[in-house]
Design a protein around this ligand. Sequence first.
Ligand code: NDP
Length: 491
Amino acid sequence: MGAVEKQQRTLATAGTWEYAPSIESREIVTFEDRYGLFIGGEEVAPRSRSWFTTVSPSTEEPLAEIAQAGAKDVARAVDAAREGFDAWSTWKPSERAKVLFRIARILQERARELAVAESLDGGKPIKESRDVDLPLAAAHFFYYAGWADKLEYAFPGRRPRPLGVAAQIVPWNFPLLMLAWKIAPALACGNTVVLKPAETTPLTALLFADVCRQAQVPPGVVNIVTGDGSTGAHLVRNGGVDKVAFTGSTEVGKAIQRELAGRDVPLTLELGGKAANIVFDDCALDQAVEGIVNGIYFNQGHVCCAGSRLLVQESIHDQLVRKLKRRMSTLRVGDPLDKNTDIGAINSKAQLDRIVELVESGTEEGAEVYQPPCRLPEKGWWFAPTIFTNVAQSHRIAQEEIFGPVLSVLTFRTPDEAVEKANNTMYGLSAGIWTEKGSRILWMADRLRAGVVWGNTFNRFDPASPFGGYKESGFGREGGRHGLEAYLRFE
Ligand code: NDP
């Protein structure tokens, strides 16, 4: 066969080329039939005597029965944390550091097991739980282990002291990673914790209880109470907590703030976002396309800092949208345990309904929708990668957090207009800027009301780098030296 003929044949079959499945084995993780609460270093049955089932969102298969903690269970966990605090806070900081280092190393050792559990319970692609969630969770424990005996140096002359019992409530989009963001700094500062994972994703937190046993975390230092929103509400209401840290929706964040009004309990809120990813006509376009795709389709768009509003300079709009659509057609949607998968399952039926409702509002309000052809699995909850063009700033899809794989495209002509449009939101969590001019990145970053601004990249995380919001995206910072401050008082 001649070279030209060979090339013709390759081109002719290119459209039908398919990936062979490469399924990560789920044998590595074994779930109990039933999980109690983790209180005082032991697994205990809930006094509420009530249980619920956690299911895999990609198959709707039940995975385990989970305890639903009531007010009495929460009170028991807070009491255990108080007892734990009396001992833990007197430990030599270097000894506390050893415990955190042990947790970090065990997370690395058990990374594959925890990654599979995360993908099964939450629906996220294994390549993300394996390459992002787990390495970052371990990195957070390593990072804060390093600070544990250096707090005097982090805050010179300010005599840092732990707060006491920290109530921590985390969402379902990064269950183990958000647990690490909360627990690592709290423990490093000498606090103890009662953590409530989200109802739909409790399993990695319960496996983490086992990691704590393995790492010889003293009883009462880490307590885990599972349940729905009411469990979280009991925890916030409990008079024994000295600190509340919450990541989740702005609506629940506001309810927590109201509940704490008049109480001397410090609060950290990490809430929603509607980030602008701003693309200038001088940027490296193909690189920007990758960044846009990562910004919105990573973790099915269940990301508070997702780049869900694409602001593109008018002169390159058509070219960029063409490139984006072509790239979207190569995204693989399906089995979270398949290592080829780019977009996994939507975390719950309720979340899928929310996405569908907002997408319908987009078409009703006049935006133009595009989804690449893709076959969605029959069981489970799925949503195809979606892009809206002709979006107006007033559209709901340009204002509200969709928390799904849906991108809204708007245009601008000048840097000033880009800043104005980017800031035209009640949120202020993150932003991205794509341009070849460093000075323009700095000029823009100065004017954007966002806690994190990425330049020529998106969704980059590092435990040493603080993260948090402006406006209705919340307050307080997690990560870095700033993240310690949320768990300390100063004498
Ligand atoms: P929630 O804010 O309800 O969930 C976050 C956590 O708070 C969960 O552990 C939840 O428990 C708990 N919770 C719920 N109600 C209360 C309460 N009254 N007091 C204390 N804790 C409570 O988010 P949803 O799951 O309802 O998601 C709704 C929307 O929120 C999403 O569509 C998305 O837009 C946004 N969201 C933003 C996140 C972010 O990181 N910024 C994360 C998650 C959601 P349980 O899950 O058991 O109800």
